[in-house]
Design a protein around this ligand. Structure first.
Ligand SMILES: C[S@@+](CC[C@H](N)C(=O)[O-])C[C@H]1O[C@@H](n2cnc3c(N)ncnc32)[C@H](O)[C@@H]1O
Length: 262
């Protein structure tokens, strides 16, 4: 059963409380967009579930967006279609209505990801595309040194990729998505080579995992990272990341086509 906040948020965070700056810090990245476009193939009618402010919606396709949070819907650029107020677990569409469906940085927030994926499968004839993080890999990021609580939260929230592929009927493929050094979509790992960015509280707020930890964790993170940047300790160990053009971290695309006969 999905419960909703006053803002309509239906996942494990209340975007009415933390969502206001989302679209300033989480701008779609064109390099990541290419991976999504390739996974969608030549689909014309595309469903975007947990669409937020509309990142990665391509005007060349007919996109239907579903987004439960009013604060997120309000951040959609005017040239995009209005998002429908609904939840993944109960989609208001008929069977096989879409050529493809995608859900980007969202599935880990749903109250029942299996039910949501079942719904996406029901309403889609072609591929399902999930952009998400592999929880087995999230602790590999240097942030773990400074705020392990944040990445432990991520490791708990993201469904294991095997569970995603199993929920999709076992036909899924998993592809690592390289993160560009100047990635414009500010999820935590996007700052792998720009640690100073994570000292900006608004940048952190655009990554929902930070809302699960208390002020003490945030203060300790700020103090210790700031100290290591000033003393050169961070650069000694991780400075090579400042010039690494891409980083393979935990970001993956899980893609599944319909099982024949299903
Ligand atoms: C991190 S944002 C990602 C937004 C957008 N897809 C993007 O890539 O920028 C997660 C989104 O998932 C939405 N969401 C959470 N639970 C949901 C659910 N049960 N059904 C549909 N959307 C949900 C949130 O409201 C939020 O807009």
């Amino acid at each position: 059963m999905t419960t909703r906040t006053r803002d309509g948020s239906a996942g494990d965070v209340d975007y009415g409380a933390i969502g206001s700056g989302y679209s300033s810090y989480r701008r779609p990245d064109e390099r990541i967009a290419r991976f999504i476009a390739e996974a969608l193939g030549d689909a014309r009618r595309v469903l975007n579930v947990g669409a937020g402010a509309g990142s990665y919606e391509n005007a060349a396709r007919a996109v239907t967006a579903v987004e439960p949070s009013e604060s997120m819907r309000a951040q959609r650029p005017t040239q995009l279609a209005r998002a429908i107020d609904a939840v993944a677990e109960d989609l208001p569409f008929t069977d096989g209505e879409f050529d493809a469906a995608m859900t980007l940085f969202s599935v880990h927030q749903w109250s029942d990801f299996r039910a949501g994926l079942r719904e996406m499968r029901r309403v889609t004839r072609g591929p399902l595309v999930i952009l998400t993080c592999d929880p087995a890999l999230v602790r590999g990021f240097w942030l773990y040194r400074y705020a392990p609580e944040v990445l432990e939260t991520e490791a708990r929230r993201y469904p294991p990729v095997e569970e995603l592929t199993a929920a999709l009927g076992g036909t899924g493929t998993v592809q690592t998505v390289p993160i560009p050094l100047d990635c414009t979509d500010g999820f935590n790992e996007a700052y792998y080579g720009r640690p100073e960015m994570l000292l900006d509280p608004a940048a952190r707020q655009a990554c929902s995992a930070w809302s699960f930890v208390d002020d003490r964790v945030r203060e300790r993170f700020d103090r210790t990272l700031r100290h290591d940047l000033e003393s050169g300790v961070w650069d000694e160990e991780f400075g090579h990341l400042r010039v690494r053009p891409t980083c393979e971290g935990s970001l993956v695309i899980v893609r599944a086509t319909r099982v024949s006969g299903a």
